[in-house]
Write a protein that binds this ligand. Structure first.
Ligand code: FES
Length: 165
C-alpha cells in the first residue's frame, strides 16, 4: 500500500503519521488476517511500534491489545524501541571472526557507546551482528545500511561512520 522506502519517520509530523496509519487501517479493514500487514506498515510510518501505536491500532481495528502485543513481541522483525537512521551490521561469521571481526565490533561498541541490538541516543545508528554475508574472502566485513565494507580495519571505522548523519 504505502511504499515504505519513501517514508522517513524522523521527518514526518506526528499527525501526519496517524493520518497515514488511518489510511492503512482503512485499506485493510475488510481483509481477514491483515494485522501483520498493518503492523508492518505502521512500523514503516513510525519507525517502531510503541505501545501507544499498538493501542491505537487495537482501538481502530477492534482487536485486543494483548493480541497485538503478542504479535509484535513474537516476530523479531517488529521492534518496540526506535531504530537508528542507519544500521551497522558487523559480520561475526567464522571467517570474519577469525580475521578480526570481534575487534571491529568492540571498537564500534566503544566509539558509539552501544552494544549489539542497541541504538545510539541521537538515533543515528543501530548496531547488529551478522552471521556471514557471503564475502568471506574479503573478511572482516561490515555493512552499513546496504553498503558493504570489506577487509575492515579498526583504523578505518571512524572515517566510514562519519559519512552517515
Ligand atoms: S564470515 Fe563474514 S562474510 Fe562470511
Amino acid at each position: 500500500l504505502l511504499n515504505l522506502k519513501d517514508i522517513h519517520p524522523d521527518q514526518l509530523p506526528e499527525e501526519e503519521k496517524y493520518r497515514l496509519l488511518d489510511q492503512v487501517i482503512e485499506h485493510y479493514r475488510e481483509v481477514p488476517g491483515s494485522l501483520i500487514m498493518v503492523l508492518h506498515q505502521a512500523q514503516g510510518i513510525f519507525g517502531y511500534l510503541p505501545l501507544l501505536v499498538q493501542k491505537y491500532i487495537s482501538d481502530k481495528m477492534v482487536i485486543p491489545l494483548s493480541e497485538i502485543y503478542g504479535v509484535v513481541t513474537f516476530y523479531s522483525f517488529f521492534t518496540m524501541v526506535p531504530r537508528g537512521r542507519h544500521t551497522i551490521r558487523v559480520c561475526l561469521g567464522t571467517a570474519c571472526y577469525v580475521r578480526g571481526g570481534k575487534r571491529i565490533l568492540e571498537h564500534i561498541n566503544k566509539e558509539l557507546g552501544i552494544s549489539i541490538n542497541q541504538t545510539t541516543k541521537d538515533l543515528r545508528f543501530t548496531l547488529e551482528i551478522n552471521r556471514c554475508v557471503g564475502a568471506c574472502g574479503l573478511a572482516p566485513v561490515m555493512v552499513v545500511d546496504e553498503e558493504v565494507f570489506q577487509r575492515m580495519k579498526v583504523t578505518k571505522i571512524n572515517e566510514i561512520l562519519a559519512k552517515y548523519d
